[in-house]
Design a protein around this ligand. Structure first.
Ligand SMILES: Cc1cc2nc3c(=O)[nH]c(=O)nc-3n(C[C@H](O)[C@H](O)[C@H](O)COP(=O)(O)OP(=O)(O)OC[C@H]3O[C@@H](n4cnc5c(N)ncnc54)[C@H](O)[C@@H]3O)c2cc1C
Ligand code: FES
Length: 509
């Protein structure tokens, strides 16, 4: 992910470059020690930092759309003029440079100051008090976006977690594998919150909401008033309900504390049992293999992840894990756990030093239900992410929203969707009406195999493969009645970005 300090890329742009040298409207070079991407946008040439501020993705390989560029890795989007990160998962801007044109050549000059934050175009009377319940992807992104938009009122960010908002996807990948440094994990340093006037309250569990009085009640008895409220309580892992499955001896993975507990358990351990061949289960398996732990996976599925990715991609994922030494017991379930032995339905047994259960998550809906909000397998929200109660919004894993592309209300559990919904809800809470119409996107990483997925297909009647799944170079379309609902890809990032753009425009890719 983070790259080693490499030699600067391409030509020295301070010395000038011919417009004819651009390829597909882009050119990668450097100024001093920094990589700079030049982009032709209409008659203009704009210069920005060449690396995405999320995980350093190469923007030169991204997709230019109008005066923006989208990152090939996880589809963040940057404004070429301001450098602003206009779409998550990147939250910080890229640098930008002055560009001059003389005699058909382009010269990159000084670095420009950071663009001033967008002044809020909100209604004349913005709310004075915004309360956000949930310090995860959606809650954090909302708070950050409120301040980015120049909102000056009170923001209280309540989290039942004791860690500040973290980069949750990393907890099943590099951080768990031991290859990411500690400072990759927090979304922002601790000082960010006081410096930006965000009152982050950790270990703060909201136990009720009174939508008439516009208050939220905390576990300790305190009530807090709000004018606008964002609910972003996320999901919780499903616990294994079998004999011997004491939570103390079976780990689940949601929080930083969960992740640290698994890392602790892995020290000195020889063998781990992962229950469930879900994304989290298998990413955990990969991370534990990086720690040289023997990993057994037990799951009822015939093929891992087939329900989401189809059998062909599922088989590839399985093969890659097997190449890395993971031992699968598929079509089987754990029926009992006794000390360090799991008994399977098939009658066989797996011995282990510790167990991680990745058997799915459940959206945390209790607060919304208790407050009488409309709930339908998720908190029902409108296109502006407002719930059935005025002034109360919902975002992230709990929200079921009207998805324009599929034409159905959907709920997903994706990091990028949660962040983008948090950002859209922030603007809506300020009165800057913004429909949430982003096409769902998620990624998953297994060893060196990245899988990107755009759209949403709960079921399909055709899978069309372009390229080769075996060669790990493919675009896989999930279709229903001939219409593409979703596209999964491996090492076809530009095509994945193109599919996302087509779906945004209502066209099937
Ligand atoms: C280990 C792991 C890896 C993942 N990897 C990926 C990935 O690679 N790609 C991808 O697309 N998605 C991934 N996901 C899914 C993604 O992280 C979630 O979809 C996303 O975090 C959802 O964001 P959220 O804001 O809805 O909820 P969360 O990020 O879960 O945040 C919810 C917050 O609400 C707080 N909360 C809950 N109830 C209360 C309450 N009553 N009072 C106060 N606070 C409360 C919680 O403490 C937490 O801070 C991963 C998830 C996990 C666990
Ligand atoms: S590296 Fe650019 S979006 Fe992740």
């Amino acid at each position: 992910m983070a790259e080693e300090q490499a030699a600067p890329s391409g030509p020295d742009l301070a010395k000038g470059i011919a417009l004819d040298d651009f390829v597909n409207g882009k050119l990668l070079g450097h100024v001093g020690s920094e990589d700079v991407l030049l982009v032709k946008a209409g008659d203009n040439v704009l210069a920005i930092g060449a690396h995405c501020t999320h995980y350093h993705g190469p923007l030169a390989d991204g997709l230019v759309v109008g005066e923006t560029v989208r990152c090939p890795w996880h589809h963040a989007c940057f404004d070429l003029r301001t450098g602003d990160a206009v779409r998550a998962p990147a939250l910080s801007p890229v640098a930008r440079w002055r560009v001059a044109r003389r005699d058909g050549r382009v010269f990159v000059g000084d670095k420009l100051d950071a663009a001033t934050p967008r002044a809020s175009a909100a209604a004349a009377d913005p709310p004075k008090k915004i309360v956000i319940v949930g310090g995860g992807a959606a809650g954090f992104a909302a708070a950050e976006m409120l301040r980015r938009h120049g909102y000056r009122g009170s923001i209280i960010l309540l989290s039942s977690d004791h860690a500040p908002p973290v980069d949750r996807p990393n907890l099943s990948k590099d951080y768990l594998a031991g290859t990411a440094p500690e400072d990759w994990v927090p979304l922002r340093p601790d000082a960010f919150y006081p410096e930006n006037g965000i009152e982050l309250r950790l270990n703060a569990e909201v136990v009720n909401i009174d939508t008439k009085a516009r208050t939220v009640g905390l576990a300790g008895g305190e009530d807090l008033e709000y004018e606008r409220l964002l609910l972003a309580t996320g999901s919780e892992p499903v616990r294994l309900a079998i004999p011997g499955a004491d939570p103390a001896n079976i780990y689940t993975l949601r929080t930083l504390a969960d992740c640290r507990a698994i890392i602790e358990a892995s020290k000195g351990a020889r063998r781990a049992l992962v229950i469930g061949a879900s994304f989290i289960g298998l990413e955990t398996a990969a991370a534990l293999r990086a720690r040289h732990i023997e990993v057994h996976v037990v799951a009822p599925d015939a093929t891992p992840m087939a329900r989401v990715l189809g059998p062909q991609l599922g088989n590839l994922v399985r093969a890659i894990h097997e190449e890395h030494g993971v031992i699968f017991n598929l079509g089987d379930t754990v029926v009992a756990i006794d000390d360090r032995r799991a008994t399977l339905k098939s009658g066989s047994a797996v011995d282990f030093d510790f167990v991680v259960a990745g058997i799915g998550v459940r959206p945390r809906l209790a607060l919304a239900e208790g407050a009488g909000l409309k709930v339908d397998r998720g908190v029902s929200v409108d296109a502006y992410l407002q719930t059935s109660a005025p002034g109360v919004y919902a975002a992230g894993d709990i929200a079921r929203w009207p998805d324009p592309y599929s034409g159905s209300p959907i709920r997903v559990e994706h990091w990028v969707v949660a962040e983008r919904q948090g950002q859209a809800a922030a603007l809506n809470m300020l009165g800057i009406e913004q429909r949430f119409d982003a096409v769902p996107f998620f990624w998953s990483q297994h060893y060196d195999l990245p899988i990107n997925y755009v759209g949403h297909a709960e079921q399909w009647d055709e899978i069309a493969v372009e390229g080769s799944i075996e060669k790990k170079d493919c675009l896989v379309r999930f279709k229903h009645n001939g219409r593409t609902l979703a596209v999964a890809s491996i090492f076809r990032d530009l095509a994945s970005l193109g599919a996302e753009l087509a779906m945004e425009r209502g066209a099937a890719p």
